[in-house]
Design a protein around this ligand. Structure first.
Ligand code: GDP
Length: 534
């Protein structure tokens, strides 16, 4: 009897990887990220009704938003993963928090995607948070697809929007579709590859996919006269300037395919899925700590990009989200935990679909698995099946806000300590310590002050500890070493603390001026910049 050769299994994994598209949407709050998430899921026919994915106050159903606080504020604080099928593909959409205060969390999510969709509001163009997130994509060379949203409302000229993208972020726009009708009078889009127009007819309430009608150029001209003519002229201009899709330039992140649409009416969303399917990169070999790539069909390996507690109120638990980078993951398999070299049993591995859980049997490169109650795992940890591999650690942002945290009731210290460790493990805040300040008064460091609110609210609701925050006047942070710690001891306006997460020594200064004055006085002081958010 013939045995299946090992190579067959290997290529089966490669084929599964090739079917995956793993991406995140980057946008400024209110550009329509939640709306387009609904619309994508609707077109991919996993969730039949658009309202089901939304988590904003007053709307029904929550998949990607978890916390009560988030619902009150109507912003997305935490990230979830949606998986859906489209054609013969498996699409993983990783949700990212929109608020600038949570950009550190977003950054970590972006380490786990192969592509990003940059969502712009047609009337607003590039907004501050979009720019910040785009810079993260640029630093990681993540290919970006641009979706210009809200075309059903008055907005900017399409050519002006392209110009803004090219001038401000030096990314060459290569439109795939082009709008017929100015923003506010949207009839449909021309597919530049075929020259045909797709007309969109809105369905009442937008709860089902938009009805699309294919028009050849003659019919489009007959129905849409001047609007069609204008689109044709603009298209000629694009062709003249060579703004055509080039797959290599796109995957090298120097050009961006552009689509136009209105997520609220589900218009242009199928075209976005098609571009994801045909152009977005499938998972590739991921470089390890030494830069050596681990091929997708090597044995299983992945890394933790997010940890979150209490996703399910009924079972107090913690979930570590692992992006699969290579191999086949099967439920119950025992893998190795790179930082400790210890075996790690995954028998409770579950795939996350918002608040509903589905136990999965297998996962492939590009997929995300949620490991429940894996308290030994930390953000950035690698898990693997032999041969061993360690992926690079996830960088942290330079914190800009600092506060001493104390339990209001000294008797609650045990719970306080457990809670602080949990928040640190999840990366909700960075926890800094020093011998001088002691265990009872750690310093919390954050990129945005809202992280403090989340931390204290969670200590209260999940650990039953009321806390007090005392804000510290530090504004500038640098990485230093033992020599720096010695030199800065007792210096006014400066302090050195140890980051609990990785043991890094951080020097904090009340302002940039003081930092420069101190470093002028202490020649040879090591003060390295941390990754900044702006
Ligand atoms: P998020 O903050 O980026 O998640 O934005 P939402 O998806 O919550 O959308 C913000 C607001 O813009 C909501 O009131 C949406 O209904 C609206 N919106 C989203 N997409 C469109 C669109 O294509 N056209 C119009 N007119 N409104 C939209």
């Amino acid at each position: 009897m013939a045995r299946v050769p090992a190579v067959a299994t290997t290529s089966a994994v490669a084929a599964e990887a090739a079917r995956r598209r793993t991406f995140a949407v980057i946008s400024h709050p209110d550009a329509g990220k939640s709306t387009i998430t609904e619309a994508l899921a609707l077109h991919a026919q996993v969730i039949g009704e658009a309202g089901a994915v939304h988590g904003k106050a007053g709307r029904r159903g929550v998949v990607s938003d978890w916390m009560a606080m988030e619902q009150q504020r109507g912003i997305s604080i935490t990230s979830a993963v949606l998986q859906f099928a489209y054609r013969d593909l498996v699409i993983n959409l990783l949700d990212t928090p929109g608020h600038a205060d949570f950009s550190e969390d977003t950054y970590r999510v972006l380490t786990a995607v192969d592509c990003a969709v940059m969502l712009l509001d047609a009337a607003k163009g590039l907004e501050p948070q979009t720019l910040k997130l785009f810079e993260v994509c640029r630093a990681r060379r993540i290919p970006v697809i641009t979706f210009i949203n809200k075309w059903d409302r008055p907005g900017n000229e399409p050519l002006a929007l392209l110009d803004e993208i090219e001038q401000r972020i030096n990314l060459r726009p290569t439109p795939i579709t082009w709008p017929v009708g100015i923003a506010g009078q949207f009839h449909g889009v021309v597919d530049r590859r075929t020259g045909d127009m797709t007309a969109f007819h809105r369905t009442p309430g937008g709860a089902t996919a938009a009805i699309e009608e294919r028009l050849d150029p003659a019919e489009a001209a007959r129905r849409h006269g001047a609007d069609w003519q204008r689109a044709v002229e603009e298209l000629d201009l694009l062709t003249l300037t060579g703004a055509d899709h080039d797959q290599d330039a796109f995957t090298a992140a120097t050009t961006t395919p552009v689509l136009f649409g209105a997520a609220v009416a589900n218009s242009g969303v199928r075209q976005l899925l098609d571009v994801l399917a045909t152009h977005a990169p499938a998972p590739q070999a991921r470089p390890d700590l030494t830069g050596r790539p681990r091929p997708v069909d090597a044995p299983f390996a992945g890394f933790v990009f997010k940890i979150q507690a209490n996703m399910n109120k009924a079972h107090r638990d913690q979930v570590a989200f692992v992006r699969v980078c290579s191999g086949r993951f099967t439920r119950g398999m025992t893998v190795s935990h790179a930082p400790t070299g210890r075996p790690f049993a995954t028998k409770y591995a579950q795939q996350m679909f918002g608040a509903d859980r589905e136990t999965i049997d297998e996962a492939y490169p590009g997929d995300v698995i949620g490991l429940v109650n894996a308290t030994a795992l930390r953000i950035g940890d690698t898990l693997y099946d032999d041969p061993p591999v360690t992926f690079p650690p996830l960088p942290s942002f330079a914190p800009e806000h600092f506060a001493v945290l104390r339990a209001a009731d000294a008797g609650a210290f045990k719970r306080f300590r457990r809670g602080v460790e949990q928040l640190d493990a999840e990366g909700v805040v960075q926890v800094l310590r020093s011998d001088r300040r002691g265990d009872q008064a750690p310093v919390l460091a954050a990129v945005g002050p809202m992280q403090f609110e989340v931390a204290t609210a969670r200590l209260e609701t999940e650990f039953g500890v009321t806390t007090r925050l005392e804000h510290l006047p530090y504004r500038a942070t640098r990485r230093t070493d033992r020599g720096g710690e010695e030199a800065l001891r007792g210096v006014t306006g400066a302090e050195v603390l140890v980051r609990a997460r990785d043991g890094a020594l951080l020097a904090l200064f009340t302002d940039d001026w003081r930092m420069r004055a101190i470093s002028d006085r202490h020649r040879g002081l090591t003060l390295d910049p941390l990754l900044a958010t702006s």
